[in-house]
Design a protein around this ligand. Structure first.
Ligand code: SF4
Ligand code: SF4
Length: 340
């Protein structure tokens, strides 16, 4: 496996990483098999989050005795110093380690979140203190909002930026990655399969392989998926006209009814958790319907409050028919619930 620098951190990592969300749907034994296989195949960078149910704990158990062979990144969704420090301690305990290589405030999207994060008593205070104490080696950032990600990069406070990028979500290539590279930041690519919407995994990964400055984080739940990712990143980059035609077909298919998770539609006056509800179809595919029903219960129950006012749809830059899609997803959720 080729090793590449993680921005200017001084840490070398495998040319492809591992995204931890799919571990949610595996049991501990299965997760250990997949994670240990990834290590055996030379993968050294593993990304998870406090919010990914038991993913951190599964990594912790799988990496017992292997701590010096893996670079671990995780995330906190908390914005206050106190709550972020509590989540950091939780991450350390679940991962069974006394330090985390990369700790990332998770999905910072709105101006008020940025203010809370960086302001007095904000999470950054705690993370910087934790870095001084040696509990964190580096602080990165994640966002789904292009405008916010650019703002976060411009602060100069973060060693890495993690952002969605794939065949159908390409905006970052021209608008974010050049700025992050110029700042010496590592670029972590989440959603390489567009949240499960790109079912040709090889094509999706070869698309990312073209830019050696990106660290893709494919989520794997089988050893075969690990092998596919490793083999693609071991090969020379290639991208044919036929590949581009297939990529364009995905763009044509998904482009008009595909939620990009930018959150411009929020907030809903009725408290509907729009973005996550818009992802229900994908979540159910990724986790299995039975787990999705539990994982997304609060989100999907909030959809029952929708009054069909259409306010959210007026704010969607992609003109998605949000109320209609929410109704479809609620019907799907109800059918999954009934099948239990
Ligand atoms: S259409 Fe429904 S989800 Fe959208 S803003 Fe109105 S109440 Fe909220
Ligand atoms: S529904 Fe539209 S505005 Fe809302 S997160 Fe998805 S793409 Fe963004």
């Amino acid at each position: 496996m080729r090793l590449v620098p993680l921005g200017s951190t001084g840490i070398m990592v495998s040319a492809v990483g591992f995204g931890g969300i799919p571990l949610i749907r595996l049991n501990f034994e299965e997760a250990e098999t997949v994670l240990r296989h990834a290590v055996d195949r030379g993968v050294t960078f593993f990304d998870t989050a406090n919010r990914y149910v038991d993913s951190e704990e599964k990594m912790g158990r799988a990496f017992a005795g292997l701590r010096d062979k893996v670079v671990i990144a995780t995330k906190t969704g908390q914005r206050s110093a106190k709550a972020a420090m509590e989540e950091l301690e939780l991450s350390l305990a679940r991962l069974g380690t006394d330090y985390i290589d990369l700790y990332q405030p998770h999905q910072v999207s709105k101006p008020e979140e940025l203010e809370a994060l960086l302001g007095p008593g904000g999470a950054m205070e705690a993370l910087e203190a934790a870095r001084t104490q040696g509990k964190i080696r580096h602080i990165g950032i994640t966002s789904h909002s292009l405008a916010m990600a650019r703002k976060l990069v411009a602060t100069g406070l973060f060693a890495t930026v993690q952002f969605p990028y794939n065949i159908v979500e390409t905006e970052a290539a021209d608008n974010l990655f050049p700025e992050a590279k110029a700042a010496g930041m590592g670029i972590l690519v989440m959603k390489p399969f567009a949240g499960g919407m790109l079912d040709d995994g090889g094509l999706a990964l070869r698309f990312l392989r073209r830019d050696p400055g990106l660290l893709a984080l494919p989520g794997c739940d089988t050893v075969e998926q690990v092998d596919l990712a490793v083999d693609i990143f071991a090969a020379e980059a290639d991208w044919t006209e036929a590949d581009e035609a297939k990529a364009q077909a995905y763009r044509d298919e998904l482009g008009s009814r595909f939620c990009r998770r930018c959150e411009y539609c929020q907030p809903c006056p009725q408290g509907v958790s729009i973005t996550y509800a818009m992802m229900y179809r994908v979540v159910a595919k990724r986790m299995s319907p039975a787990k999705a029903v539990k994982f997304a219960a609060t989100t999907m129950e909030s959809v029952r409050n929708c009054l069909d006012c259409g306010e959210c749809a007026t704010r969607c830059p992609y003109n998605l028919p949000i109320p209609e899609m929410l109704r479809e997803h609620l019907a799907m959720f109800d059918s999954h619930k009934a099948a239990q």
